[in-house]
Design a protein around this ligand. Sequence first.
Ligand code: NI
Ligand code: MN
Length: 237
Amino acid sequence: MKITYLGHSAFIIETLGKRLIVDPFISPNPLAQQALQQHPDRQEVLDPRKIQADYILLTHGHQDHMADAEAIGKQNDAMLISSFEVVTWFAEKGLKGHPLNHGGKVSMPFGSLKYVNAVHSSSLPDGSYAGNPGGFVLWNEEGCLYIAGDTALTQDMKLIPMTCPKLTAAILPIGDNFTMGYEEAVIASDFIECSQIIGCHYDTFGYIEIDHEAAKKAFQDKGKTLHLLSIGQEHHL
Ligand code: NI
Ligand code: MN
């Protein structure tokens, strides 16, 4: 399973010959655009017009998670997977989709995918109700990955090791203010019984700027690793 960081909470996951894009917020993200200028060779992952994807996973309806979803979905005829309400909203714009709701899982050509609880809010740019926000657990023979989405620390995270295969890694928000901060993400990593954490939802805006060294040390002190990927960087599970 190959994971490429696109900035903020956006990732491309390549597994079993399929490409999934998670929470695409690339063209409005100044850090992603800066990275693209510095590394024109990363166009394939940082220019939404060039991004190839078979599936789009949206954790919730906020703009900083779905800004490029419609364009990427249309140019690839990609399948959107999200909450029932988010999938229905995008269906009206012509995107094909598969709806999920909390606690449900589905078998897809890229593996099993379960929609799990997140404590946050969710609404679409026009004010439409987006259902409750969520996260995903994705697993197949290449590994098991938890994508938390925007969330507070929650006891529900303890259900993940009880209901899913052993996690290989987890993508957790660490930027504080709108989600848990890194100190609580360390506790979350205990709840989900995972020691390989990939940080997201930090540094994009002033509200969520973090001290990278302090965040890494907080995990190190517990014998865990926090990976802070640069935009465009790949990580192999
Ligand atoms: Ni959000
Ligand atoms: Mn967000």
